[in-house]
Design a protein around this ligand. Structure first.
Ligand code: AMP
Ligand code: GLY
Length: 425
C-alpha cells in the first residue's frame, strides 16, 4: 500500500516509523515531513493545512490511505473532503473534530451526557465574561473557544489576571477568530494524564496510558509548551482507574458523539485531571498527542496499519492490539528561547551516535537539512529522544544517556522527565 502521512513533527515521525514496519506498506509519503522522516519516507513540500493540494497529491500518486497527524486539517474538514473525493483517510470528520475545535462544543457535550468534567460558562460578550469572573473568583481558567495551538489557555491565579486574559483573547484577538468566544472553567487541581483510544465509532480500544510535561522548565515551572517530554505508562492511572476512565469517560463520549449525529472515528485523546483517584476531563483532542505518540507507539507490538484501517471500516472489534509491557520515556530537546522566540538553522551534532544506541529512537520534530547536507534545527521542539527499558528508572537513564550525546547551540531540555512516575513506584 501507498500511505500519505500529513504533518511534520515528532508525532508524524513516530507514525511513519511505525507504519514503515508494516509488511502491507510499500511506500510512505509525508507532507511536509522533516529530516528524520526523510530517511523512511518521501517528504513532499505541502503544508499540512493545504487540504486541496494534499488531495491533488493523493489522487495523482494513487495513495491508498492518508493518515492525518495534526488537528488543524481535521477541524478544517480534510476527512470529509477526501472522502467525498473517494480517497481513504484516517481521522474524525469535521463535525466530530469539533470535540477539539470548539471547547464549548466539547464541554456542552460532556455536561449533557454526564461525563465528569469541571464547571464552565461560555461567553461572546466581554463584559458578561468579566462579571462572571468577579462572581466566581480565582483561581479560574480562561480559554479561547477555538484552536490556538495550545496557547489559548490561561490558568489565572487572580481575577485581575483573568480579566487581562479575557481582554487579550476577546478584545485584542491575540488568537484571531479562535477568541470570538471564550470559555471560563473551574480550576481543577490534581495530576494530569493523557488517555488515548482507537475507535471506529462503536468499539473503543484503549492505548497504554501516558503523561505529558507541558511547562518548559523542571518541576513544572515556566510557560506551557507543546510538551517537553512524555512517558508511558502513567502510574497515576491504576488498574481500577483505567477501567473507570474507560467506563465513565471514553466509552460514554464515543456513544455521546454517535447520539449527537457525529460518529467519532479515529483517535480520541482525553486530557485528564486526576485527584483522589477521580478522573475529570480537561479537554479532548481529535488526534494522536505530541509528544505522547512517541513513547506510546514505541510500545505498540501490533502492526499499526490494520488498526487504523479497522477504525475506518468499523472492524475494530476483530483487530488485535498488543502492547509491550516495558515502559518508555521521551525527552524533548528544544531550540534556545522556545516556547518564546527562537533561532533556526543550528547544526545538530551527535545524532548518529545517539540513534545507534540500543532501544533508543531519536524522533525528529523541527529538523531540516542545510546545503551541506547537515541536519539543522528548524522549529521549537527539535527532537524527541525516546527509550524503552525494563523499568521506568532504566528508561529514564537510557533516554538521558542518548540526550547527552546530542548537542547544538542553545539546545535545552527538562532534566526531570519521568520523575512524577518514580514517586509512585
Ligand atoms: P488544554 O489545552 O485545555 O489542555 O489546557 C492546557 C493546560 O492548561 C492543561 O494541560 C492544564 O495544565 C491547564 N488547564 C486547562 N484547563 C484547566 C482547568 N480547568 N483546571 C486546571 N488546569 C487547567
Ligand atoms: N501533548 C499535548 C498535545 O498533543 O496536545
Amino acid at each position: 500500500m501507498k500511505i500519505l502521512v500529513v504533518g511534520g513533527g515528532g508525532r508524524e515521525h513516530a507514525l511513519v516509523w511505525k507504519l514503515s514496519q508494516s509488511n502491507k506498506v510499500d511506500q510512505i509519503f509525508c507532507a511536509p515531513g522533516n529530516a528524520g522522516i526523510a530517511s523512511l519516507a518521501t517528504c513532499v513540500p505541502i503544508d499540512s493545512d493545504d487540504i486541496f493540494r494534499l488531495l491533488e497529491f493523493a489522487r495523482n500518486e494513487k495513495i491508498d490511505l492518508t493518515v492525518v497527524g495534526p488537528e488543524d486539517p481535521l477541524v478544517a474538514g480534510i476527512v470529509d473532503i477526501f472522502q467525498e473525493a473517494g480517497q481513504k483517510i484516517f481521522g474524525p470528520c469535521q463535525a466530530a473534530a469539533r470535540i477539539e475545535g470548539s471547547k464549548t462544543f466539547c464541554k456542552d457535550l460532556l455536561k449533557k451526557h454526564n461525563i465528569p468534567s469541571g464547571d464552565y460558562a461560555s461567553f461572546n460578550n466581554l463584559d458578561d465574561a468579566i462579571e462572571y469572573v468577579y462572581k466566581k473568583g480565582a483561581p479560574i481558567v480562561i480559554k479561547a473557544d477555538g484552536l490556538a495551538a495550545g496557547k489559548g489557555v490561561v490558568v489565572a491565579q487572580s481575577v485581575e489576571e483573568a480579566e487581562n486574559a479575557i481582554n487579550k483573547i476577546m478584545r485584542r484577538r491575540a488568537f484571531g477568530d479562535a477568541g470570538k468566544e471564550i470559555i471560563i472553567e473551574e480550576f481543577l487541581e490534581g495530576e494530569e494524564a493523557s488517555f488515548l483510544v482507537f475507535t471506529d465509532g462503536d468499539i473503543v480500544v484503549p492505548m497504554v496510558t501516558s503523561q505529558d510535561h507541558k511547562p518548559v522548565f523542571d518541576n513544572d515551572e515556566g510557560p506551557n509548551t507543546g510538551g517537553m517530554g512524555a512517558y508511558s505508562p502513567a502510574p497515576v492511572i491504576s488498574e481500577g482507574l483505567f477501567r473507570r476512565i474507560m467506563n465513565d469517560i471514553m466509552i460514554p463520549t464515543v456513544k455521546a458523539m454517535a447520539a449527537e449525529g457525529c460518529k467519532y472515528r479515529g483517535i480520541l485523546y482525553a486530557g485528564l485531571m486526576i485527584k483522589d483517584g477521580i478522573p475529570r476531563v480537561l479537554e479532548f483532542n481529535a488526534r494522536f498527542g505530541d509528544p505522547e505518540t512517541q513513547p506510546i507507539l514505541m510500545r505498540l507490538k501490533s502492526d499499526l496499519l490494520p488498526i487504523l484501517e479497522a477504525c475506518i471500516s468499523g472492524h475494530l472489534a476483530k483487530t488485535i492490539v498488543e502492547w509491550d509491557e516495558r515502559p518508555t520515556v521521551c525527552v524533548a530537546m528544544a531550540s534556545g528561547g522556545y516556547p518564546g522566540k527562537y533561532e533556526k538553522g543550528k547544526v545538530i551534532s551527535g545524532l548518529n551516535l545517539a540513534s545507534r544506541l540500543k532501544d533508543v529512537m531519536v524522533f525528529h520534530a523541527g529538523t531540516a537539512r542545510n546545503e551541506d547536507d547537515r541536519i539543522i534545527t528548524n522549529g521549537g521542539r527539535v527532537l524527541g529522544v525516546t527509550a524503552i527499558a525494563d523499568t521506568i528508572p532504566q528508561a529514564i537513564e537510557r533516554a538521558y544517556n542518548a540526550v547527552s550525546k546530542i548537542s547544538w547551540d542553545g539546545a535545552h531540555y527538562r532534566t526531570d522527565i519521568g520523575k512524577k512516575a518514580l514517586k509512585r513506584l
